[in-house]
Write a protein that binds this ligand. Sequence first.
Ligand code: AHR
Length: 791
Amino acid sequence: MRKSANVTIHADKIRFPVSSTLYGLFFEEISHAGDGGIYAELIRNRSFEDTLVPDRCHVENCKLHSPAGWISPFEHTDPIPGWYTQISEGCEAEIKLDDELPLNETNPISLRVEAASVPHGRVSVCNTGFWGIPVRSGETYNLSFYGKKADGFQGDLEITLEDRSGNVYAFGSVTLTSGEWLKYELTLESDRDDAEAILAFSTQSAGTFWLELVSLFPATTFLHKKNGLRPDLVGMLQQLKPSFLRFPGGCFVEGFSVETAYRWKKTIGDLSERTSHWTLWQYRTTNGLGYHEYLQMAEDMGLEMMFVVNCGLTCQGRPGEMIPMEDLSEWVQDMLDAIEYANGPVTSYWGSLRAKHGHPEPFGLKYLEIGNENFGPEYNLRYRVFYESVKEKYPEIVTIWNTHWEVGTETKGLPVEIVDEHFYADNDFYQQYHDMYDHYDRSGPKIYVGEYAMIVDNKTGTLLGALSEAAFMTGMERNQDLVTMSSYAPLFANIHHTVWDPSLIYFDGTRVCGTPSFHIQKMFGEHRGEYVVDSYVATESRSADLYGGLGVEEKALDRIRDLIVSSGSETLLRLNRLSGSQPQCREFHGTLWIGDPSWSQYDVSVKALLGSEGIRLRLLDRHLPWDKQNYLLWELDSDGESRLVRIVGWSRVKLAPNRKITVQESDWQHMQVTIVNDTVKCFLNGELIHEYQSAPIPYLTSVSTLDRTAGELIIKLVNPSPYLLETEIHIHGAGNVPVQGIQTVLTSGNPKDANTIDLPESVSPKDSDFKCDNNVYPLPPYAAAILRIKI
Ligand code: AHR
């Protein structure tokens, strides 16, 4: 099936230079992206703290309960994950967690090994790494650990890398000499390749000894740094040609309680001085990849640095905890100290510590994001304090407002330089809103699209998901005078503990796999150009699906009455009062779903009392769970502010200008909505308040940039449709250039095609020469193409 399309480019009409920071990386400690991921440590549970329950939380039936009532998995049936014993027949031994006489305050637990009887053979305590310790023949591994022994144990330990059947790949030995904690180090060289080796400490004599902070790093880390990074994973990031690194999260920064929030000061210094902490991504982080290492990672990759600081709020959606305003100064000081650590002179307190940690030169931290996905009056209050404190002391730091639920640059009159907008939505959302930023106010703050990914029914990371994102990215590129930064999220996931799909890059101990989205990011990152030029697309399109029932908050039920839904002369529903027991209604986690999710064209009439909490009326609600949710939301606040927005997945987009209406909280309001064809109109007491016309979804989206240095025009074409698009390309302002050059095309037989760790290159771009007949470029169905044309 074919369709035709047109792209007209004015190569001589420069709109603006490209934003050098448009594409960056968002690194979060999620799905073992750090520990068991890019952080090259090979020992899992190296400090024996993985099963520590965070303060003020409790565990019941493998569920962790936070002080604020958040419940999340805590599936540790094994008290010492990652460790086990191998005991020769006839020997007796056991291992235990021990909190007596710890190494120090930040390492409260050690492993006590009691070899009660070893008449022959050996007693070994073994670590299995992060789902296997990958070793390579000829590679050296640096082992360090703290150990001590009880009286009576002669202290000789054999240390080996081996397989589970006892075939040894590398051998070393150590004699524990003291009853006090001492650090021991040795190198091991493997003579074999094995993706799932173990590390064993073995004794052939009886006695008791303790282990703590057992660490094993390959000598080959990125740039051969100590406490360094996995080169293959860094290599994947480098392929994206990023310009900045945002770290360390994400919700990881927020935590679900004060104790699980990110506190950078606990993550610096010698590994033995760092505190591990439980993350809201259901594992404990060692913080071996700490604040210093993040700065170092960015510097070593040549990236600008963006630190996301906790602003005194934990994740509000989970639900959260708030640091009271009167106690906020400690958190504000943490932020100021973080900046001093990164940028201060060596004569400053924190700058001198940085120097002590091996980096006398300032790092040059540039961006500071205040909070992550926090919102509401609580955020606004805290934002102001953080913003003013940072600007007073470090006016050169560029601050970022973390808006989540207020997408549309609503910064409530606060001073804002950059707004971070997040989108996790479905295919249609990205394709339909490819032009979202065409309509943004240029006089407001700059935009950082800090997190985005197609997440609905996209666990594997499909080609179609990547193309939808690419359609949206053409819009970001066309508006990069405004959208100056962006980063896909999440970046990494270890296939053995993935808590969020899709992620951009999947890996295990030895293998990596970029999703189709990875390839889109790479293609767009590689082919930047220097200037955005004028270009126009003429394309056929399809209508967005507008269908769904209604929804209201259950807590507002007694403030809603006389609901009538009609379609033409037919009454679809009439309810004087709403409740979950009515056949047309269904309760879903605090929301009452009303009517039939397949309804499409209808009118709604309802009476509502705003009260102090206002009314939220869902329209065209497909009645789907949160990650797939899809509806229009008319929000009417008690103060008369009215908003019409669309919620898709975890995304929110403004559909019409906000309005301020004079209303009385205590008066019944008449809310009416008409949905005719692609137009939704909201009336309050007979007055039209919002009107929204759903835009069609184009088959083709595009952006063109000029690379003056290379003398090339770069045309990006994205086609998420099933049609081959015969795309006529007209280039003006560059002489009579033939439409030919080099093309990079990402496509595959099926839009659902994805890459896997076993077949990581199934969907990957191909480069080749191309030459158009009659200037018509045949853009395949389900494809993104980047054309470079000499002009
Ligand atoms: O990218 C995964 C999570 O999505 C981030 O931690 C959070 O900021 C967002 O909700």
